[in-house]
Design a protein around this ligand. Structure first.
Ligand code: PLP
Length: 439
């Protein structure tokens, strides 16, 4: 009975929040309507869409963004981790201006790419040699294809909830648009089941690819046992283990792999590493990566017009050497741990059935306090609570992902964190009845 009452209250609270959103954002509504004439659903990036229409963001500056109707938001989405530096960081601006002064699109090797490559090879233990791409999706495509070409096997083990790009989407199992690899789907954090799955497929299995903390699925860290089992079994059977650290590499100086002490055979990078420009990279052991050396007679080809584009190379080099220094990595992730701790303490004190999972500067809200070990666990509780959170946080001036993801950027201060905690406190107070844990 009380469940029905609170379901009813939740539905009406959400309906009210949506109708206030509609009223507040006529220019975004217009922009969306216009966009639908030339793009399916008015959209060119599915993850950004939500009903009734997504906000059109007109500009950003430092930690803030403004929508088409002039509302100002603290940007807590941080472009799904790619926006690590805030908007228009002066160091990146300067690097881009310098690059523009010297012209673009050379059709030749440049002078910056090797410098940038060296920085990344030094930083990530699993990367002896590296190649650049234009996106994280492409990095994963190249990493998987390279590994399978070398070990001459055909199957690829991925995990439920995993996200490795537009054609590597496993949020709800397999997806019709995925690249046509022979995928096997494992259960994230299931140590015994996954070990069995690998052993059953050992001869045909060429690649195991995973995020050491699933980002898109809701910031779900892999357990130490799960990762060490994977490292052990893949090594034993000659299977290439790939860490997709497109997001998680920001969680430690040497990536999340450095923090958890597991070294994969290959690693893919993306998002923030290119200083906010289009970016991807894949790297690994010398033994694997030398197959791409064009001086070898049977080298694997890896082309890409924009692989060494000077804007990305310049912005990335400046970002990784001058901005995201070891001290900055430590400070940002500590700030994230503190914020997540405060929010979870606030929920626990009030006995609310919501919690934030994550690690360091990345976190995600879930309408449950039960432990979240894989994407199935995120489906507990009522998903409308995420929507209510999203719309009401927008109204309070905080821009998060629709699915409740938050990624701190380097320009988010303690004062911003205090403001966000206060806004969540208010949300929790107003909706206490909806959010209370069952007795
Ligand atoms: C964003 C993301 C990708 C895809 O990168 P794009 O640059 O968007 O193609 C791959 N893997 C993970 C873990 C990601 O978060």
């Amino acid at each position: 009975m009380s469940g029905n009452i609170s379901n009813f209250q939740l539905d009406s609270a959400l309906e009210e929040a949506r109708s206030r959103f509609l009223k507040r954002n006529p220019k975004s509504a217009d922009a969306h309507e216009k966009a639908t004439r030339s793009m399916p659903g008015g959209n060119t990036r599915t993850s950004l869409f939500y009903a009734p229409f997504p906000l059109a963001i007109a500009r950003g500056d430092g930690p803030y963004v403004w929508d088409a109707d002039g509302h100002k938001y603290l940007d807590l989405l941080g472009e799904f981790t790619a926006g690590l530096y805030g908007h228009s960081h002066p160091v990146i601006r300067e690097a881009l201006n310098r690059a523009l002064d010297n012209g673009l699109n050379f059709g030749g090797h440049g002078l910056i790419e090797a410098e940038f490559a060296e920085v990344l090879c030094r930083r990530f233990k699993s990367i002896d040699l590296i190649r650049f791409t234009n996106s994280g999706t492409e990095a994963n495509l190249m990493a998987i294809s390279t590994a399978l070409a070398i070990n001459k096997r055909r199957k690829v083990l991925v995990f439920n909830g995993g996200y490795h790009g537009g054609v590597f989407t496993f949020h709800s199992g397999h997806n019709r648009i995925n690249a046509p690899f022979d995928f096997i789907l494992g259960r994230y954090n299931d140590v015994a089941g996954t070990r069995q799955l690998i052993e059953d497929n050992a001869l045909a299995l060429g690649v195991v690819i995973l995020e050491p903390m699933q980002g898109g699925a809701g910031c779900i860290p892999a357990s130490a046992d799960f990762l060490s089992m994977l490292r052990e079994v893949t090594a034993q059977h000659g299977i290439t283990m790939i860490f997709d650290e497109v997001m998680t590499s920001r969680l430690g100086v040497g990536g999340l792999q450095g923090e958890v002490g597991i070294t994969p055979d290959m690693t893919t990078l993306g998002k923030y590493v290119g200083g906010g420009m289009s970016f991807g990279a894949f790297g690994g052991t010398e033994k694997i990566m030398r197959h791409l050396d064009p001086r070898q007679p049977d080298a694997l080809p890896h082309a890409g017009t924009f692989n060494n584009n000077v804007l990305t190379m310049s912005a990335g080099l400046a970002a990784m050497t001058q901005i995201y220094t070891p001290a900055a990595v430590a400070e940002l992730n500590l700030r994230g741990e503190r914020l997540r701790g405060r929010l979870n303490a606030l929920f626990a004190e009030r006995n609310l059935a919501i919690s934030f999972t994550g690690r360091g500067s990345m976190m995600n809200i879930h309408p449950t306090t039960a432990s979240v070990e894989n994407v199935e666990d995120t489906k507990r509780g009522r998903p409308e609570i995420r929507d209510l959170f999203f719309f009401e946080m927008l109204e309070k001036g905080f821009y998060c992902a629709r699915r409740g993801m938050i990624n701190l950027s380097l320009v988010i201060t303690d004062e911003h964190a205090d403001q966000f905690v206060a806004a969540i406190d208010e949300f929790a107070t107003v909706h206490k009845g909806l959010l209370s844990a069952p007795a």
